[in-house]
Ligand binder design. Sequence first.
Ligand code: PHE
Length: 346
Amino acid sequence: MLKEKAKAITEKALEAIQQASDSKSLYEVKVNFLGKQGEFSKLMKETGKLPKEDRPAFGKEVNLLKKNIEEAYLAKELDLANVELALRLKTEKIDLTLPGVYRAVGRQHPLTLVIREIVDILSHIGFSVRTGPMIEEDWYNFEALNIPKDHPARDMQDTFYMDDTHVLRTHTSPIQIHTMENEKPPLRVLAPGSVFRCDSDVTHSPNFYQIEGLCVDKKVSMADLKGTISYFVNAFFGQDLKTRFRPSFFPFTEPSAEVDCSCPICKGKGCRVCSNTGWVEIGGCGLVNPKVLVHAKINAAERSDDDYQGYAFGFGIERMAMIKYGIDDIRRFNENDMRFLAQFKR
Ligand code: PHE
């Protein structure tokens, strides 16, 4: 009786295996027949009905049947896997002409590029970089640079005051004083950095960049300053440009000059960038005022033949970038528009 039942179950199982149309339903068949709650487990619970001496033979028989089912199952499983693979290969085509996953590559901001290029060029003639704080004491931003309180030059630089004695630095010149306080001449330093003035339009931003140059040594003259700036302008803008020095005034230099170079866009013929003058202004410069050298304790208050001299210059980074690349609005630098920023590389 039980033997027949076992055979019937086996036939049903083999049939179900053949019928299974995918690996999921095939697995269900296995669970239903060979699983813990499956048909065979139920059948085995009935073995008590058999006479004791028949039980081992029945057990053997059942194991054999189960093995047949197992084999059929494995064969079918392989079949189905092949069928399913063939189907996937047919339906899931990879289009190799589709664009790949795009990852934007970062690059340096045009202002960073300009700063690094200036530092590169001037490092060849002995200049190295110094930095200073953006919040300055009145002494470093003004007083030590020979800009006393109530001096009209303070109004020239629309200052952001933090409190009575601290300002957001209006220029990089205070780094001249820090450097001279901390190091002994001969000095050749460059100080790039962020500066702040209460001023805003297409060519002025309340926060912009400058780069300061300072040389302190014995027998430094205006000729050294002009030579250095001409070398720099030719390296930065191009060999064929001229530099021009116009007399000017800064409290911390004497004599002082404004530096122009012939317009790199039109090569001096006159265009929109240079307002048809053929010249563009890039910054201020001059010989370091002897009073500044005394304030910074480079020279003693009493003059002597052994005194140091120096020259200094300060260029506007945005201005240089605008001139070099023909950019007409200073606000472009802070808009973070990738279409603009992605155009610049060295
Ligand atoms: N600090 C001046 C400015 O911001 C520029 C300058 C620097 C002039 C060094 C002379 C020497 O306008």
